[in-house]
Design a protein around this ligand. Structure first.
Ligand code: NDP
Length: 489
């Protein structure tokens, strides 16, 4: 074969003579099963799709770097945050939550904000959203919640009855739905939104001292929303509007960036703080725990191949590095399992070895075999531990988690607080201006106008009334209904 010309081959490397005409018996056919190139081509095509993510299916990704701009080493020993100026390569995937793989970008939905830092101590994944809070605070409610966001089992249509039935019976959702129906609920572009770690995490320093931490990626482009009418129009005319905007901005050298800030809470505060600091439906007010700058994330390279890099990217909130640990947040605890489990189903037991997911530092363990094991599978080295071979991977006790105290009885228990109201109240009354309040009321009324099942509107108005009577009254007026009379007594 000629060395200087790239020639077409089968998957097993054999040169292909004809890629236009299948092998037939005579001029008119039929086609022969002997045409193995044809068979392979058709069979591989049938297998091009991996299962789409059950949530966060539609996404866009980019490569970039994170640079430390402020010394936070007194809080964490995480190596990638250890000194000002240190740069770490990273990959980000933005996504909508409820829509399918081909769905429109400009819908009202939280946006996934999943960052993979390729650190020298393994991958650290910060798998957050563009909202600092969440709809629910216990993972046991997640499958039910998502069913209400997806399609009705009979009609296969989006179902406002299911959405508002669930929300009205889950008042812990009030904070998140207020955020979601605000101007921030449909970002102007993926570049014009903040990202939040949402959960509380633990940072541990070199001396073993721990603090609780919350992450905020503040957009250097500013935060901007999209007018819902423009968003609806774009959803029809250009359903990939956000994906295109991100790709084009990076392609022309207009690199988007975010400043990473953290809130730090001393460990002891968690016992007496007025909110449960692990409740993901609540923020930590800035006045109590001010933002501290950490660094800057810059996106400066588009993926070369969408499937290889964006579709096969596998983030997990359980991908920690030394110096960063989990908190008892019950929603986080469920996610620690669910994300990697989803990837095992979606792209296989060895998904961590795919190029986009592979750590840039050494990976040494005793996991072996499984489908699509395409590295050396550990070669002839022992596949068990403990063992008596000196050159095999060994534990590092200094990387054990920081012990923490627990108490109480094992039981199915709710969070202590049922104050689902004061933080959305602060958002509505103190943070939003008049125009934003009017948009919020209109967005709620528009969404709720699809509810037909009896009792749901009344129940939700009762929840809104507890946030702020004015909010409930204004939504009721737009829906041409009365706020339930007993509330006014
Ligand atoms: P602050 O007044 O100190 O902070 C309010 C924060 O709200 C701002 O710093 C900004 O955070 C964010 N914000 C500003 N405008 C809007 C808007 N139109 N819609 C949504 N968020 C907006 O008050 P607190 O920290 O005491 O929080 C009051 C309320 O603000 C909370 O109950 C929560 O609803 C909301 N909020 C609080 C955040 C926090 O982490 N404390 C974060 C985001 C919202 P940012 O710079 O992150 O955009």
């Amino acid at each position: 074969m000629s060395e200087d010309k790239k020639y077409l081959t089968t998957a097993s490397g054999a040169p292909v003579g004809d890629n236009q005409n299948s092998i037939t018996a005579g001029h008119r056919g039929p086609t022969l099963i002997q045409d193995v190139h044809l068979l392979e081509k058709l069979a591989h095509f049938n297998r091009e799709r991996v299962p789409e993510r059950v949530v966060h299916a539609k996404g866009a990704g980019a490569h970039g770097y994170f640079e430390v701009t402020n010394d936070v080493s007194k809080y964490t020993k995480a190596d990638f945050l250890s000194e000002v100026g240190k740069k770490t390569p990273m990959f980000i995937r933005f996504s909508t939550v409820a829509g399918e793989l081909g769905s429109a970008d400009t819908v009202r939905d939280p946006r996934g904000f999943a960052v993979k830092f390729y650190t020298e101590e393994g991958n650290y994944d910060l798998v957050g959203n563009n909202t600092p809070i969440f709809f629910i605070r216990d993972a046991i409610k997640f499958p039910d919640f998502i069913h209400t966001q997806k399609r009705n089992p009979q009609t296969n249509l989006k179902d406002p009855n299911a959405v508002w039935d669930f929300w009205s019976l889950s008042p812990e959702s009030l904070h998140q739905i207020t955020y979601l129906h605000s101007d921030r609920g449909i970002p102007a572009t993926l570049r014009h939104m903040n990202g939040y770690g949402s959960h509380t995490f633990k940072w541990v320093n070199k001396d073993g001292e721990a603090v609780w931490v919350k992450y905020h990626f503040i957009s250097d482009q500013g935060v901007k929303g999209l007018d819902p009418k423009v968003a609806d129009q774009l959803a029809g005319e250009n359903p990939d509007y956000h994906t295109a905007d991100l790709f084009n901005a990076i392609a022309k050298g207009d690199y988007p960036s975010w400043t990473l800030k953290v809130q730090i809470m001393p460990i002891e505060d968690a016992k007496t703080y007025r909110y449960d600091p692990f409740d993901v439906t609540k923020v930590w007010p800035h006045a109590d725990y001010p933002l501290i700058e950490v660094g800057r994330m810059v996106l400066d390279r588009n993926p070369e191949n969408y499937f290889a890099e964006v579709e096969q990217a596998a983030f997990s909130p359980g991908h920690f590095v030394p110096g960063i640990e989990a908190s008892p947040d019950k929603m986080l605890q469920g996610r620690l399992f669910a994300y990697s489990d989803a990837h095992r189903y979606r792209i296989g037991a060895n998904h961590e070895a795919l190029p986009i997911n592979r750590a840039k530092s050494a990976v040494n363990n005793y996991q072996r075999d499984g489908q699509m094991r395409f590295d050396g599978n550990g070669g002839s080295a022992p596949n068990y531990e403990p063992n008596s071979f000196s050159e095999t991977p060994k534990e590092t006790p200094e990387n054990n988690i920081t012990p923490f105290e627990v108490s109480g009885f094992a039981d199915s228990v709710a969070y202590d607080s049922d104050d689902h109201y004061s933080q959305p109240r602060a958002l509505f009354r103190d943070v939003m201006n008049d125009e934003e309040r009017e948009h919020l009321v209109q967005n709620f009324a528009d969404h709720m106008s699809g509810v037909t099942r009896e009792g749901i509107i009344e129940r939700q108005l009762e929840n809104f009334y507890k946030v702020d009577p004015e909010l409930a009254e204004r939504i009721a007026a737009k829906l041409n209904v009365e706020v339930p009379a007993h509330l006014k007594k």
